[in-house]
Write a protein that binds this ligand. Structure first.
Ligand code: ACO
Length: 325
């Protein structure tokens, strides 16, 4: 049994803030942000928009796109670090609001790597026959966990949700490979300043930007090399790379270091900023029409922990295309 993506969805808050619209007090500029990060704008959730409400909207679209009913879903996983409530899991709120009455629902916390971690879990469950049809969502309201007085972090992030429906199918298409890793030695490099059990607050996102940049480049390169070796592929066999969208300079480095053409590295960070666990599924939704003909699509993630991961997905083998794309 293989895990095949058969539907895609996305949700962004109504309010979009361009670099030029950021508050004057931040003392930043479109020129600085664009040159250092490639970010041009970000979507920021209003009070009535939450991680769960964005996840529900993205999930609903993915279910519709897959042409299935909520009754077909037997597993809901939400990758997030900015859930609506301390408990229960945001995935259970999504399960309720989409009218899914069966199966299981839980959240995955792996920061920006959360979506790839969730794919690995789903793929393992599908391959061992435990679940047949999963709704996997990356959803964040990161604007709620940044310090809006700290220009070195707040300009980098945005809110949003991306969703995919993954179905068990007897095919050789779909997810071919997933690999997840972490190294807790680097906890201090990227973390919040508080938490439930320490400060009884969520804290603010804090990071060592240069160290995160360096580690992201290193792990993206290492993960890609490992994926190619494990699947007996060369970089020329790769049709598309969809990396976690943190910074366009990191994405340019992936192309430069791997030798893949820039056009094959998907870049959406200019439009969404860094949406953490939502960035890869938002990018998948953005290019879903292009995926139909792609044989080897590589996902790469890296986030706080540090966590990192990779996945290889086959949407077409030339003679057939996967799912209902
Ligand atoms: N506007 C204007 N100036 C700024 C801003 C801003 N928004 N932020 C920082 N600066 C200033 C600093 O104060 C500093 O000024 P100084 O030289 O007078 O002291 C100067 O710009 C340089 O600051 P650095 O932090 O050294 O800038 P750097 O070139 O490292 O770029 C950045 C910072 C963009 C954060 C970079 O390190 C980076 O992209 N790191 C990757 C981190 C990342 O993407 N994190 C996202 C979360 S992690 C993840 O998703 C994997």
């Amino acid at each position: 049994m293989n895990s095949v993506m058969i539907g895609f969805g996305a949700a962004l808050p109504k309010k979009c803030i361009s670099n030029n619209e950021l508050p004057d007090e931040l003392n930043t500029s479109d020129e600085w942000i664009t040159r250092r990060t490639g970010i041009k704008q970000r979507y920021i959730a209003s009070k009535s928009e939450t991680t769960a409400s964005l996840a529900v909207e993205a999930g609903r679209e993915a279910i519709h796109d897959a042409k299935i009913s909520p009754n077909d879903i037997d597993l809901v996983i939400v990758a997030t670090t900015t859930g609506d409530l301390t408990f229960p899991a945001t995935a259970t709120l999504v399960q309720r609001d989409l009218g899914i009455k069966q199966g299981a629902a839980f959240d995955v916390s792996a920061a920006c790597s959360g979506f790839v971690y969730a794919l690995d879990i789903v793929d393992s469950y599908i391959k061992c026959g435990k679940f047949k049809c999963a709704l996997v969502i990356g959803a964040e309201t990161f604007s709620r966990v940044v310090d809006w007085n700290d220009r070195s972090t707040c300009v980098l992030f945005g809110d949003g949700a991306g969703a995919v429906v993954i179905q068990a199918q007897n095919t050789d298409l779909g997810i071919q490979y997933c690999r997840i890793r972490s190294d807790g030695e680097f906890v201090e490099r990227l973390k919040t300043s508080g938490g439930i059990s320490t400060t009884q607050s969520v804290g603010f996102a804090q990071m060592d930007g240069r160290e995160v940049f360096r580690f992201a480049v290193e792990k993206f390169n290492e993960s890609l090399k490992q994926l190619l070796a494990d699947n007996n592929l060369s970089i020329d066999n790769v049709d598309l790379i969809i990396p976690h969208q943190a910074n366009s300079r990191i994405l340019e480095k992936i192309a430069e270091d791997s030798g893949i053409s820039k056009e094959k590295v998907v870049v959406t960070v200019s439009k969404h900023a860094n949406t953490s666990a939502a960035s890869i599924p938002l990018a998948l939704h953005e290019i879903k029409q292009d995926l139909i003909t792609k044989k080897n699509v590589v996902l790469l993630s890296m986030g706080a922990g540090f966590t990192w991961g990779s996945a290889l997905i086959r949407f077409s083998d030339g003679s057939k295309v996967s799912g209902r794309l």
